[in-house]
Design a protein around this ligand. Structure first.
Ligand SMILES: Nc1ncnc2c1ncn2[C@@H]1O[C@H](COP(=O)(O)OP(=O)(O)OP(=O)(O)O)[C@@H](O)[C@H]1O
Ligand SMILES: [Mg+2]
Length: 453
């Protein structure tokens, strides 16, 4: 049984005091004792104490240097440790110095046990609060990080770095990538890590709005500007004041509006349709496209000057098939989400499901993955999602398997056969394969090899 009690380290060169304190505290706490600073440090390294009671004048020659040094080293070793300095009469000055150096409190001899016990309890209480607080802060930090963007592959890590670098600036960012790679998600991540996080994030989908309406959607209009303009309308550029305007599918912007957008990017001034006054705004623009914009520039359907303005910083999202095993991580995340939404929290992937997820080419990227999982969660009957639940056939994709896949499959087949031969006896199988047992366990886990499949 592990000892759940809090641990107290008693450091004193006088045996009498060590014994007295141990005896008084051992019914409530786990006790470590040390007569010297070096012994105390060793004990603390081995057995992380929660509280340390330190005699400030540890050295036999008097003076307080040793006690203070020990305090510093203990705190370096573990900043959460609460040190209580025990001092003799007339050493209060030194005790205060110790508190300045990070000790929790000090205590003047002669020892009154009841009083000391209260100080210890207070120290432990504070320590618990501090630890809980740190854990909370840590988890908040993770959430405001890239909690929504799943992926750990080198290409994605590179992208997180770029996002971190560009987010705090005012630069215009162009996000490129195939359809469904997460461009909108990245735009939002930049917003939430920028100094405009508390200000609006306004999206305009340039491809979804008819050309005739797009100008007023972007810049707004005055009442009576055209037949249907019954009232003044504030445009998205103006709504995004002090925040971020996200121009999705910017490659779809008609040439006539490209000129106007360029002007807006240059001076952040807008004019409502039918308006007389230019309006100054403060807007940062992030744009996204799945079109090869540079080619569109050559084909003269996208203005070169606008392209350069927009692409000051370009973030390129890799297609899902170039993200190693991220597909499994993202699939797992999405399965958890949709399974929970559908009250099917026990749903997991069957090994055949994982295999096809890895092997599929993902022309529709994460969006395709999301749709396949959503559909499978609703339609599947069993407790494990198989290849066919995901609408993917193992055989049909044989032609495009990567070398790594083929290698992995050979390893899996070989291990599975050996396990069968040895009735799943791990030691015997490991010996036959000439690898260690832990190595075999790791491979079984990594490739999700299960009995009876
Ligand atoms: N790395 C990821 N981790 C988790 N979910 C993701 C990831 N990338 C994308 N998604 C999800 O996939 C879906 C598609 O992402 P998003 O809309 O950002 O892609 P897009 O590149 O803008 O696509 P399109 O070009 O079709 O507009 C969204 O539901 C998004 O939440
Ligand atoms: Mg999009």
């Amino acid at each position: 049984m592990t000892d759940k009690r809090k641990t107290i380290l008693i450091v004193d060169d006088e045996k009498g005091i060590r014994d007295q304190l141990s005896l008084a505290l051992e019914s409530d706490y786990k006790i470590l004792v040390a007569a010297t600073a070096s012994k105390a440090i060793n004990a603390a390294r081995q057995d992380k104490p929660n509280v340390a009671l330190i005699d400030i004048s540890l050295s036999p020659h008097g003076g307080d240097k040793e006690g203070l040094d020990l305090l510093t080293q203990l705190l370096e070793n573990d900043p959460t440790v609460k040190a209580i300095m025990v001092t003799g009469h007339g050493e209060k000055e030194n005790a205060l110095q110790a508190v300045g150096a990070g000790a929790f409190d000090f205590y003047v001899k002669p020892i009154e046990l009841e009083e000391l016990k209260i100080i210890i309890k207070r120290a432990l209480y504070l320590q618990t609060l501090e630890i809980e607080n740190a854990a909370l802060a840590e988890s908040l930090k993770r959430q405001e990080g890239f909690s929504e963007i799943i992926g750990d592959s080198p290409r994605m890590r590179e992208m997180y770095k770029i996002i971190d670098t560009v987010a705090p600036s005012r630069y215009t960012v162009l996000i490129t990538g195939e359809s469904g790679t997460g461009k909108e998600l990245v735009a939002k991540a930049i917003h939430s890590r920028s100094d405009r996080a508390e200000k609006p994030f306004v999206t305009v989908n340039c491809g979804a709005i008819p050309e005739a309406l797009l100008e007023s959607e972007l810049f707004g209009h005055e009442k009576g500007a055209f037949t249907d303009a019954h009232a003044r309308k504030i445009g998205k550029c103006e709504m995004a004041h002090e925040g971020i305007l996200f121009l999705d599918e910017v490659g779809e912007l008609p040439l006539s509006l490209q000129v106007k957008l360029l002007r807006f990017l240059q001076d952040n001034v807008i004019e409502r349709v039918g308006g007389k006054e230019p309006i100054q705004t403060d807007v940062r623009v992030i744009a996204a496209t799945n079109r090869p914009l540079a080619e569109d520039v050559e084909r003269k359907i996208f203005r070169e000057d606008l392209f350069y303005r927009l692409s000051v910083i370009t973030v390129e999202l890799p297609p899902l098939r170039d993200r190693d095993d991220d597909v499994v991580l993202i699939a797992d995340h999405l399965l958890k989400r949709y399974a929970a939404e559908n009250n099917r929290s026990n749903l997991v992937f069957h090994s055949s499901g994982i295999q096809v997820l890895r092997a599929h080419d993902w022309p529709g990227n994460v969006r395709e993955l999301e749709n396949r999982i959503k559909r499978a969660v609703i339609l599947s009957a069993g407790s494990k999602l198989t290849a066919s639940d995901l609408g993917l056939k193992g055989a049909a994709i044989e032609g495009r398997r990567s070398l790594q896949d083929i290698r992995d499959q050979a390893v899996v087949d070989h291990i599975r056969a050996a396990l069968l031969r040895n009735d799943w006896n791990i030691s015997r199988t490991a010996r036959e394969l000439d690898i260690s047992r832990t190595n075999l366990y790791d491979l079984i886990e990594k490739h999700k090899i299960e009995k009876g499949k």
